[in-house]
Every structure is written in structure tokens, then in C-alpha cells.
Design a protein around this ligand. Structure first.
Ligand SMILES: [Ca+2]
Ligand SMILES: [Ca+2]
Ligand SMILES: [Ca+2]
Length: 396
């Protein structure tokens, strides 16, 4: 059944928040024209954080929000449990913006967090909401090369006493042998930083890793390459009819020893058209693990969360994906939160849940990360609108 579209006209109510002083009254409303799937309610969970990126839940339902441009992680509290977070406290601060605070996970009493060249953990000992003990677990000597190029957002996952981390290709598609760089790979370490092991390779830019509920499987969404047919689409009057739709963005199940194709192979074992003269092209295609699910080219699927709750019907084990929207497609794609449906551990369909593209052209938001709130709703950050939204199932 085709979902009924409607435009939000309701206000989220009054958001009261404080940075350091008493709560401030502040009216926060949804941007006009955001589409929300029927049966769901969208509201503003956190307002007033400039360019929020990644999210993590801590004890007592604290929501941690990374703010890379300001070199800090903000701890947000929803004291009355109504889905609106009233207080914001800088939990970690003073990091250089160039080191890009990104991946976070609460584990064993600490907030673990990744920067470009490090993985650290911090905790608050005196209960004032600010971390006072910080330990660096991995440093530049153990992690891939430093601040050069793009895709420097470090993923971080702690699972079964291992740290998993990844930084993407330093360019759109660097033409270098698989072993030439420690980028484009997932590495794992013991929790004390020892025992470095290669986990998977051929990955362009996967900013978040997640474990499928009831399994030890590690999954992630990988950004597709840009300008894939640039060598063919040379007549500017003809536009970019191939690049506009290729290659698809990928949802991958990353396995130990797996190779995921980048930069030579894209999507379901298709050649990157800029690498047709690569002598090992077919060898790479034979090696590559194909994605479990494909999303539209240039949607910029940025981060995911598996749903582990029971408040959204039939959603346990499904994935929610934050799609920021990319620059390389002629018509805008992405700018949404989607849900990828799973059955027997594999995806079989995708639903758009929230659409921030008004009339196909006007950008109202760019979802960067998502996570499941303690009450079973979905929280997702918008680094365009400087908000964290809450999507709650309300019926039907
Ligand atoms: Ca509240
Ligand atoms: Ca403290
Ligand atoms: Ca791939």
C-alpha cells in the first residue's frame, strides 16, 4: 500500500535547555515541509548544538553527541523522559577540530571515542557531568596515516573485547595497491590496544560499524564513489547520465578477511568505469564480497543502527540508515532517514521514514547518524539543521 504523504504542521512544543546556566525557554519547531511516514511522529530531541554528528547512549539514558567542529562531545539529559533533552554538558572538550571527534560507544563504565589518529576512553569521576579521567588506548603509531585528504571520520565499535576501527580512502578513489595503505580497511585490536589485526579491506568510507542483534556479525554502510564515469562523460552537453545513477551506495556485512572491492569494483561486482584498464580488474571482482543491500547512488548513507526494541512493529533486527545526501548527482538524492527491512538475517526491502528534501530540491536536513533511544524511538542527528530528531511510532 502506498504510504500517505503529509506535511508536518505541528510544533514540537517548547524546548528548554541550558549550556551552563539555568534552563532557557526556546520554541523549537520542525522545518515546514518535512515528510514523515504515516504512523510516526517526528519531534526535536536536542536543539542548539552546532553541527552535531555522531550519537551514543550512556548509562542513565545520557545521550552523547559528537561535535567535531568544536572538538567536543556533549552529554544531553532528558530528565522527565518526554523525549526532549533539556540539559547539555560538555563531557569531553578541547580537542582540535582537525582531529575529528566521531565514533563513540559506551563500554564498561567509559565513553570510548575515536579521533582521526586515536581511540580514547573517558569517564566522569565526580559526577559533575564532565569527564575528568581520559586514557588514550590507540595513538598515531598504531592507526592509519594522519590528516590528509578526505574521509577522515573514524568508525569505532567495541565488540567481544575487541576494538574495530576504520578510516576511509584519502581521496575519491586512490589508485594504489591494497597493501599500500592502512586506510580503506577495518582493523581490530584488544581493549588495551595490543594485538592489531587486519579485519577487512576494500572499503571506501564506512563511518560506523554495528553488530546485528543476536549475532556477532559486523555491518556498515559504505559511501559510493563519485564521478564514476568521468572518463566517458566528457561531452558536458550530455551531462552525466551514468554517474547520476551509479554506483549504488552499499550496506555491507563485513567478515574477517573480506575484500569489498573499492576502488576497482563497485556495487554488485561492477567495474568502476575509471579503472577499466586495471589489469587485475576481474581478479578483484572475483575477490569481492557483494553488498547485502544497495541504496541510491550518491545518497551518502552515512551511518546505521540496528533496531533492538519492540516499540516499532516488526522492526526488531531491521536497520535505520541516516542518509546525508551527496553532491555528485544532478538531482538531489538522500537527505532522509530510511529503514531497511530484514528477514532471517538479510535485508529484503527499504522504506523511507523521514524525508528532508522538500519538493525534490529544497534541503531541510541532512541526517548524519542514528541510534535507538531507551524508549524505543529512533534518535538521529541533522548536521544541517543543528538538531537531533526523535522519530516515534504512534500507531497503525
Ligand atoms: Ca525532557
Ligand atoms: Ca567530572
Ligand atoms: Ca564495495
Amino acid at each position: 500500500m502506498k504510504p500517505r504523504c503529509f506535511f508536518s504542521t505541528f510544533a514540537a512544543g517548547v524546548i528548554a535547555f541550558s549550556l551552563t546556566g539555568p534552563p532557557l525557554a526556546r520554541a523549537a519547531t520542525l522545518p515546514t515541509g518535512v515528510w514523515v511516514r504515516e504512523g510516526y511522529e517526528l519531534s526535536i530531541a536536542v536543539d542548539g548544538i552546532k553541527i552535531p554528528r555522531f550519537l551514543a547512549l550512556g548509562p542513565d539514558h545520557t545521550l552523547f553527541v559528537s561535535v567535531p567542529k568544536e572538538g567536543k562531545i556533549v552529554a544531553c539529559r532528558d530528565r522527565d523522559g518526554d523525549g526532549s533533552y533539556e540539559t547539555q554538558t560538555p563531557f569531553v572538550s578541547g580537542k582540535l577540530p582537525a582531529t575529528i571527534l566521531q565514533g563513540m560507544q559506551w563500554h564498561d563504565g567509559w565513553l570510548w571515542f575515536a579521533q582521526l589518529n586515536s581511540v580514547s576512553k573517558a569517564r566522569d569521576l565526580d559526577g559533575d557531568g564532565k569527564a575528568d579521567e581520559e586514557v588514550q588506548i590507540l595513538g598515531p603509531d598504531q592507526l592509519p596515516t594522519g590528516a590528509r585528504g578526505g574521509h577522515m571520520w573514524r568508525a569505532l565499535l567495541i565488540h567481544r573485547d575487541r576494538i574495530y576501527t576504520h578510516v576511509g580512502d584519502q581521496t575519491n578513489a586512490t589508485d594504489e595497491p591494497i597493501d599500500a595503505s592502512e586506510r580503506r580497511k577495518i582493523w581490530s585490536f584488544a581493549l588495551d590496544g595490543s594485538g592489531k589485526k587486519l579485519f577487512a579491506s576494500g572499503i571506501r568510507n564506512t563511518e560506523k560499524l554495528a553488530v546485528r542483534p543476536g549475532s556477532d556479525e559486523i555491518w556498515g554502510v559504505d559511501h559510493d564513489v563519485d564521478t564514476m564515469a568521468a572518463k566517458l562523460e566528457v561531452d558536458k552537453q550530455l551531462g552525466q547520465p551514468i554517474t547520476d545513477h551509479n554506483p549504488s551506495a552499499e550496506l555491507n556485512h563485513y567478515v574477517e578477511g573480506g575484500f569489498y572491492g573499492h576502488p576497482w569494483i563497485v556495487g554488485k561486482n561492477q567495474p568502476n568505469l575509471n579503472f577499466l584498464s586495471e589489469p587485475k580488474l576481474i581478479e578483484y571482482a572475483r575477490m569481492a564480497t557483494v553488498p547485502e543491500w544497495l541504496m541510491p547512488a550518491h545518497c551518502s548513507a552515512n551511518a546505521l543502527t540496528f533496531y533492538r526494541g519492540d516499540k516499532i512493529p516488526h522492526a526488531h533486527g531491521d536497520i535505520f540508515v541516516a542518509q546525508k545526501g551527496g553532491w555528485n548527482a544532478t538531482a538531489k538524492v538522500g537527505y532522509c532517514l530510511s529503514r531497511i527491512l530484514f528477514e532471517n538475517g538479510h535485508p529484503y526491502g527499504e522504506l523511507k521514514m523521514v524525508n528532508f528534501l522538500k519538493g525534490g530540491t529544497e534541503i531541510l536536513g541532512r541526517p548524519a547518524d542514528c541510534t535507538q533511544a531507551p524508549d524505543g524511538s529512533i534518535l538521529f542527528s541533522d548536521d544541517f539543521g543543528h538538531k537531533v530528531y526523535r522519530l516515534k511510532y504512534v500507531g497503525k
